[in-house]
Design a protein around this ligand. Sequence first.
Ligand SMILES: Nc1ncnc2c1ncn2[C@@H]1O[C@H](COP(=O)(O)OP(=O)(O)OP(=O)(O)O)[C@@H](O)[C@H]1O
Length: 250
Amino acid sequence: MSDVSAPVLRAEALVKTHLGEGAPARAVRGVDLSVRGGEFVAITGPSGAGKSTLLHLLGGLQRPDSGSIWLDGECADTWSEARWAVERRKRIGIVFQFFNLVSNLSVADNVELPALLAGVPPRRARAEREELLAELGLTGKERSMPGELSGGEQQRVALARALVNQPPLLLADEPAGSLDSKGTREVMRLLSRFHRRGQTILLVTHDARLASAADRVISFFDGRIADDAELDGGPAPRRSGISGVLELKD
Ligand SMILES: Nc1ncnc2c1ncn2[C@@H]1O[C@H](COP(=O)(O)OP(=O)(O)OP(=O)(O)O)[C@@H](O)[C@H]1O
């Protein structure tokens, strides 16, 4: 088993200003953060606080103006876009509010795609996909197209896609933001279940209720960490990979 206390993700002095049409938006103004293996961290705060920008920086989807990021102890400062793409496939699963599924690919193909791009042999990619879809209650939907699914189902497919390469870290940006209360409960239950099995999760939400499912809550305000509180229980033990983890019962 991996060292539970080792940081999976570390950021130091991150700064990001968006230069848009209007005045520059100083979205992230000097953030230090360390996330240990097995932690479930929620980043919460008001609209416009900079939460999504921070998550995008941590996942390499945007580059900081200054500051550094380490993934599993490896500094990402000099990584190119291409290198980030490769590392994301191996190390980081990302789930967005609006699912971002490929609309003209079936559920099965959406989930298998990241595995195939990562060089996983097709037979193994298929096995991983079957296991995850069964786990997420989507068996029988393999040939469906994303547009034929409910919002909750689409988000479960997005979760399967994010987890198919067994990334040590899952980044979730308002994953229930476009769902009704049933869909929200479903997604939160799944995140909690994966966390209990050892998945490290960083969840961005403006909803304090959702944040309470985490074992650490970071309050983000005006581009900075205003509070960082560990809730009762502490981090779950980290286990490597999802497939080993899937054998465990709830
Ligand atoms: N691509 C962009 N171009 C210009 N400004 C941006 C861009 N992305 C974000 N911003 C601005 O940066 C600030 C932080 O935005 P961000 O989306 O990170 O906040 P947030 O806390 O995630 O908000 P919300 O909860 O509403 O999603 C806001 O003022 C926003 O308008």
